[in-house]
Design a protein around this ligand. Structure first.
Ligand code: G4P
Length: 533
């Protein structure tokens, strides 16, 4: 090892595991997060993660930045330790907070846990989030939740995952019934049976290992036992788990449990410890050359995947979340953007579960929060040399399109400037149709539109309303043949527009129209994502 190379730089990145939980609202993400933190000892009382609004703010009041500037960063990154590893769980906002941030956060995760409700299977938001994971082929561990209730037959759920997500699915465990008949879970690899023990006096449920050969004693119902043994044999026929196929994003191992009743959670954490990959080499451009940045490279480098604005809209303070990809970060270090803007990182925030401490050292796989006044934007790369530019964070096809309308039409120029600058920052996207003077704002969640409206009002003093335009959906269009692309753009002027970078966008009235246009124009690609430059 060269003398300048720190020993920690060689060993620390390998201990990090960065993951996110993807699920449809109500599948149990919050409950699972909380019980993972409880099981690993990172928090000591239930309700700490679920706490919202005031409660959450009070809890983190000691943190100066939150107190003084009103920025809540509490649940953005949660850290826990298990099996000598450091897990960074990135929060993917859902429900009414659902926005492009949710998607962008996934670009900073190395692995995902997909939570399915046993009674519901794959739901629309699960599918959308999965598709974002697939962009980078990140490995996915499936957790089938709410086994304390009756649900679908696990074989049906497995077929659904195979069909809808085109993944190879390998059950690692098999449940003995569900709901009130639930008896336990067998580990298909070891043959060990985890017997379900009903709540003791403290109300805790547990899974207690018993030898596979003794399970007869734990079934009071012979039919149930027979059914379980038969199913278990069938389940083994899915084949063996293949670590490489998992890491390449082609195979998902399936675990079962109940986040609320706290069974199967520890086994899920064990699975993460065993299978989730450490930080990998990241693709980047350095001095015009395509390079791969290793987690153990000396130059401190990372990218901003999320910027959180002040909750008090009159303050312009922000926290940029930087996912480190290489080097040994030290507090006070100066980092540069690829555009050569220098950022001194005096007060970085390193995340430890619900507490945060000033970061002294951080490595690939860590996330640091950098307070700033708007200098840092989503997708920015930061490094010591300023020479590294990571492959961009993509834009995602908007599902909400709105036409911006001014109360005072004389301010049209001001509005354009405001919309452009906020779109550059990544608050929403912006499209300019080829015909007419409308500016169309695009978002994946309605929160983005609300934030846009508020910021235009407070920062630019403009009253703006957002109306539904003629279009419902947008796709970036590309083609290997520039002439075919030009002919398509010319022929479809009424449906064409440009995004903020001038890239051509097909604006359609419905998804059906996109499908129709695709059928008629096989040489044109209608893209749902676009790399940001
Ligand atoms: P989310 O973050 O994915 O939206 O889901 P969240 O954890 O908030 O859970 C949604 C609802 O499902 C909650 O019930 C929660 O208690 C319940 N839940 C989560 N895991 C399980 C489980 O393993 N078994 C059962 N039976 N329920 C589970 P709620 O009534 O909406 O909220 P609450 O009043 O219980 O907080």
């Amino acid at each position: 090892m060269p003398p300048f190379m720190s020993n920690a730089l060689q060993t620390e990145p390998g201990k990090r595991r960065v993951f996110a939980i993807i699920s449809h609202p109500d599948a149990g993400k919050t409950t699972l997060t909380e019980n993972m933190l409880l099981a690993s000892g990172a928090i000591h009382a239930a309700g700490q993660v679920a706490a919202r609004g005031e409660a959450r703010r009070t809890q983190s009041d000691w943190m100066k930045i939150e107190q003084e500037r009103g920025i809540s960063v509490s649940s953005s990154v949660m850290t826990f330790e298990h099996a000598d590893l450091i897990f960074n769980l990135l929060d993917t906002p859902g429900h009414e907070d659902f926005s492009e941030d949710t998607y962008r956060t996934l670009t900073a995760a190395d692995c995902a846990v997909m939570v399915l409700d046993v009674a519901k299977g794959i739901e629309p938001q699960t599918l959308k989030l999965f598709e974002v994971c697939r962009l980078r082929d990140i490995p996915i561990i499936t957790f089938i939740n709410k086994l304390d209730r009756e649900g679908h037959d696990p074989f049906e759920l497995i077929s659904e995952i195979q069909d809808k997500l085109a993944l190879d699915v390998i059950p690692m465990q098999w449940p003995a019934a569900s709901g009130r008949r639930f008896k336990g879970i067998s580990d298909l690899r070891t043959g060990q049976f985890l017997r379900f023990v009903k709540p003791d006096d403290d109300g805790e449920h547990s899974l207690t290992p018993v030898d596979g050969t003794d399970i007869v004693d734990h079934f009071d119902d012979d039919d149930l036992l027979e059914e379980f043994l038969e199913e278990q044999e069938l389940a083994k026929e899915y084949g063996e788990f293949n670590a490489q196929s998992f890491r390449e994003g082609h195979m998902t191992p399936v675990y079962f449990g109940s986040a609320l009743r706290k069974f199967g959670v520890r086994e899920l954490i064990d699975a993460l410890a065993e299978f989730a990959p450490p930080p990998q080499a990241e693709k980047a451009v350095k001095a015009g050359q395509d390079v791969e940045i290793l987690p153990t490279s000396k130059d401190v480098a990372g990218f901003v995947f999320k910027v959180q604005a002040n909750m008090d809209l009159n303050h312009r303070d922000r926290v940029a979340f930087l996912r480190l990809c290489s080097g040994e970060f030290k507090r006070g270090m100066k980092l540069k953007t690829a555009e050569n803007k220098t950022i001194s990182v005096h007060n970085p925030i390193l995340f430890f579960a619900q507490d945060r401490e000033l970061a002294e050292n951080a490595y690939a796989g860590d996330v640091i929060g950098i307070p700033n006044h708007g200098a840092l934007r989503v997708g920015d790369s930061l490094s010591e040399t300023g020479k590294i530019k990571f492959a961009g964070i993509p834009n995602f096809a908007p599902e909400i399109l709105r036409r911006a309308r001014l109360a005072d039409p004389l301010k049209a120029k001001h509005l354009r400037k405001a919309l452009e600058s906020l779109a550059e920052e990544g608050v929403t996207q912006l499209f300019k149709p080829s015909l007419g003077a409308d500016m169309i704002v695009g978002a994946v969640g309605s929160l983005q539109i609300d934030v846009m409206r508020e910021r235009i009002k407070t920062e630019y003093g403009l009253e703006v309303t957002f109306e539904s335009p003629l279009y419902q959906t947008a796709r970036w269009v590309t083609s290997d043949n520039p002439e075919i692309l030009k002919a398509f753009v010319d022929k479809n002027t009424a449906n064409m527009g440009e995004d903020i970078d001038g890239a051509p966008v097909f604006l359609a009235k419905s998804a059906w129209d996109v499908g129709y246009a695709q059928d008629k124009n096989p040489d044109i690609r209608f893209m749902t994502t676009k790399e940001r430059r």
